[in-house]
Design a protein around this ligand. Structure first.
Ligand code: UDP
Ligand code: LCN
Length: 806
């Protein structure tokens, strides 16, 4: 029984609960989310003149704090209480205050009844439950360790070696014999056939390298090692080979998690990587700021560059250089024949600044040229994924002259393609969500039928469930992406239990305590984005040109607005123009605050200036809204709106120019999964104000190296910014302090170097884990395939039929 509910009933606050429920009954809404609940509660407290402590410290206050949802049916209520991260309890509270626990099934039925989609006489709905399949894996117990999967797995695997060393060391031996590059055997040859031999030969080889100079190149003693059973891959010098062999020796004798991780991280098993980023305009210039093309492209491009570099370093250290081992990274995207001036119609494009990283674009099959020759919104992309995966497999095999060692999917579509490819190619699959739409759009599952024509969530959520469960490991940018915060549900967590009325019920959609989840935040491209104070790396002519573009240039084709006083402090934001990015909210916040207008100009880099130029519904709505706000608050002379598509170097310099003018960056999104612009602005040295909803909550330490805002509270946001400006005016060094701390925050925590070395180490360890637990995963994968063929595919084919007539 819920302790929180019981505590209220056992206290003197029982009558308060009764009055609060009666307050709830007055509400028009029957389904209240946390914010609504807090509003009703706060109204109740002020109406009944409760002292301030009552709001938070009373038993009722505690119950309300942890209540995520309340659903009313007739005169009773369902309370969904999340008193601990990643676990919820559901109770039914009747008008006479009796409490009954509810099952997940009861809850989903109730939600269906609420939208009149409950039909018990027609039989039960399909129920999806992935729980039973997770018995092959150990689970984390403490929620605070969620997202540290690899540490947990290492502990688990090393304790397995300890308990049953024979079986796991056998697996390790077989695993080590597996690795080849272009037909050349690596690590072990046939001279080592058993654990016993491995153990003996390792000691013998250590003795042998011990007698050689530390920096003697591997090539000079390669054949002696070979005769002992060791092939290339142990190191490039005698010193490095000795180190690697010593780690293995220690592992065989007494396994501990650090040794296991250190050893597996050195196994040369990853040379070829595929990064799937399928739907967008994937290119190196002229693609950002378009609908659907933002951070994911930036992330994947930078990641590809950094991965290539790290793989090259690893090859060098493993002593494989002389074998002509050439790491290769391929970004797989779609080819868009009508590419609107971008290079998205080219099959192959080299990634700038790399030796062997490429963008490979595979065309969609021509089901209807009106659709498949053009960019297709991510919400409409679903029918093309399976054939795209089949065609891509062929192209990838040709490009690699073999198969890849790791496939990383990005976003729902890329993740589903990664699942299909990994299954066909028998390769480790990694998932990166970037943003899960389910939690971005309120009630997106409950009202999926009404939203289907525009968003096709039935396909997207089914694809998400398949891909996230199939993945060997999941890389998330933040902890809260997985399981939220004490008072908000995580993005992955939102897949745990939900109804898709009349389609299916999900009673256990994902195991949040699985070690597959790992928090590995992205970095920022340090060549493009660096502190404004590094003047020697800046190009003066670019600085001047961009300052003019930002503050004074008159070019109505791409810039709206002329500033009365271009010298005022700039309040800057840059984002795609979609509803969730909420630039219109920022304009309104600015419009409502005379003080802000007095001190600052508002400068926005966003989307297009004209409705006719946009092919995207949300972007068109936002353009209209932004003009309305400018008129309503008469912001002429105070706002500049740049509908420009910046080059990569310009987009770096633009933050620095704003910093030259002691400006501020504001990121006002209603929800932001991570928020690369926040890293970019902080590393440039701009004091940054960012939404408290989503990833920024983990990036920014409030008032230390930036500021968190609630973008739904416009006046409070304006006050926070005005307070900061006032403080800067009183103490001119304050701006510098925040600026410097923002820069430090990025360099210490958000670099691509940290990201890729962790990612590769994960890929190796999960590769090993996949190898040892392969058979146990097969039943899960079969279940997922059934969902793909029986639910996803028929729906995708229906959508394809609609597309054929467009
Ligand atoms: N961006 C850009 N021009 C624009 C809008 C955005 O270059 O007009 C870039 C921005 O610098 C950042 C990325 O697009 O690198 C946006 O990433 P973020 O993670 O902030 O948001 P997303 O668009 O992925 O939701
Ligand atoms: C998608 C988003 O919405 C952003 O919040 C992320 O920063 C971006 O992808 C990169 O992961």
């Amino acid at each position: 029984m819920s302790e929180l509910l019981q505590a209220v009933l056992d206290s003197e606050e029982k009558s308060d609960l009764r009055s609060f429920l009666s307050e709830l009954r007055q509400q028009e809404k029957k389904y209240l989310l946390r914010n609504d609940i807090l509003n009703v509660y706060s109204e109740y407290c002020s109406k009944s003149q409760k002292p301030e402590e009552f709001y938070t410290s009373s038993e009722l206050g505690k119950l309300i704090y942890y209540t995520q949802e309340i659903i009313q049916e007739e005169s009773s209520f369902c309370f969904i209480i999340r008193s601990k991260i990643a676990s919820q309890e559901v109770y039914w509270l009747t008008s006479d205050l009796s409490i009954e626990p509810m099952t997940v099934q009861d809850l989903l039925d109730l939600r269906d009844r609420l939208v009149n989609k409950y039909h018990p006489n027609e039989g039960d709905l399909l129920e999806l439950d992935f729980g039973p399949f997770y018995d092959y894996t150990p689970v984390i117990r403490d929620p605070k360790n969620i997202g540290k999967g690899v540490q947990f797995l290492n502990r688990y695997l090393s304790s397995q070696i300890f308990q049953d060393s024979k079986q796991l060391l056998d697996s390790l031996l077989n695993f080590l014999r597996l690795h080849q590059y272009n037909g050349v055997q690596l690590l072990l040859n046939d001279r080592i056939q058993s654990q016993q031999q491995l153990s003996e030969q390792v000691k013998k080889a250590i003795g042998f390298v011990n007698n050689r100079p530390e920096d003697e190149p591997y090539e000079q003693f390669r054949f002696q090692l070979q005769s002992m059973g060791f092939e290339p891959g142990w190191g490039n010098t005698a010193g490095r080979v000795r180190e690697t062999l010593n780690i293995l020796d220690e592992l065989i004798d007494s396994a501990d998690p650090q040794t296991l991780e250190a050893f597996i991280s050195r196994v040369p098993m990853i040379f070829r990587i595929v990064l799937v980023s399928a739907h967008g305009w994937f290119g190196q210039e002229g693609v950002l700021g378009r609908p659907d093309t933002g951070g994911q492209v930036v992330y994947v491009l930078d990641q590809a560059k950094s991965l290539e570099k790290q793989l090259q370093e690893d090859v060098l250290l493993a002593g494989l250089e002389k074998l002509n081992v050439e790491p290769k990274v391929i970004i797989l995207s779609r080819l868009i024949p009508n590419s609107d001036g971008t290079l998205c119609n080219q099959r192959l494009e080299k990634v700038h600044g790399t030796e062997n990283a490429w963008i490979l674009r595979v065309p969609l099959r021509e089901f209807n040229p009106n659709m498949t020759q053009n960019w297709i919104s991510r919400f409409e992309f679903w029918p093309y994924l399976e054939t795209f995966a089949i065609d891509s497999e062929r192209e990838l095999r040709a490009e690699f002259q073999g198969t890849p060692d790791l496939i990383v999917g990005n976003y729902t579509d890329g993740n589903l393609i990664a699942f299909l490819l990994a299954r066909r190619l028998k390769v480790t699959q990694c998932n990166v969500a970037h943003a899960l739409e389910k939690s971005k759009y309120l009630f997106s599952n409950l009202y999926w039928q009404e939203l289907e024509e525009k968003y096709h969530f039935s396909l997207q959520f089914t694809a998400d469930l398949i891909a996230m469960n199939a993945a060997n490991f999941v890389v998330s940018s933040t902890y809260q992406e997985i399981v939220g915060t004490p008072d908000s549900v995580g993005q992955y967590e939102s897949y745990k239990c939900f109804t898709m009325p009349e389609l299916y019920h999900v009673t256990n959609g994902i195991e949040l305590f699985s070690p597959k989840f790992n928090v590995v935040p992205p970095g920022v491209n340090e060549n493009n984005y660096f502190p404004y104070t590094r003047t020697k790396d800046r190009v003066e002519s670019d600085r001047q040109r961009l300052a003019e573009t930002l503050f004074t240039l008159e070019d109505p084709t791409q810039i709206f607005g002329k500033l009365d006083d271009p010298n005022k402090r700039p309040l800057f934001s840059m984002a795609r123009l979609d509803h969730i990015k909420n630039l219109t909210g920022l304009a309104e916040c600015y419009g409502r605050s005379k003080e802000l207008q007095e001190h600052c100009n508002l400068i926005l880099v966003a989307g297009k200036l004209r409705v006719e130029e946009s092919g995207d519904n949300e972007e068109r709505d936002e353009i209209i809204k932004l003009y309305q706000i400018i008129e309503e608050y008469n912001l002429h002379g105070k706002i500049r709106w740049l509908g420009v598509r910046l080059t990569k170097t310009d987009s770096g310099e633009i933050y620095r120019v704003i910093a030259d003018h002691q400006g501020i960056f504001v990121q006002p999104a209603l929800f932001e999964a991570f928020g690369l612009t926040i890293l970019e602005s902080m590393v440039s040295g701009l004091p940054t104000f960012a939404t408290q909803f989503g990833g920024p909550l983990e990036i920014i330490q409030d008032k230390v190296n930036g500021f968190l805002i609630n973008p739904t509270n416009l006046d409070e946001t304006a006050t926070k910014i005005v307070d900061f400006i006032t403080k800067c005016e009183q103490n001119p060094n304050y701006w510098n302090e925040i600026s410097e701390r923002g820069i430090d925050r990025v360099y210490s925590t958000y670099t691509w170097k940290i990201h890729t070395s962790k990612l590769l180490s994960l890929a190796r360890i999960y590769g090993f884990w996949n190898f040892t637990s392969k058979e146990n995963r097969e039943d899960l994968l079969r279940y997922l395939e059934a969902l793909f063929y029986l639910i996803y595919k028929p729906r995708a084919q229906q959508l394809l039929e609609q597309h054929k007539h467009r």
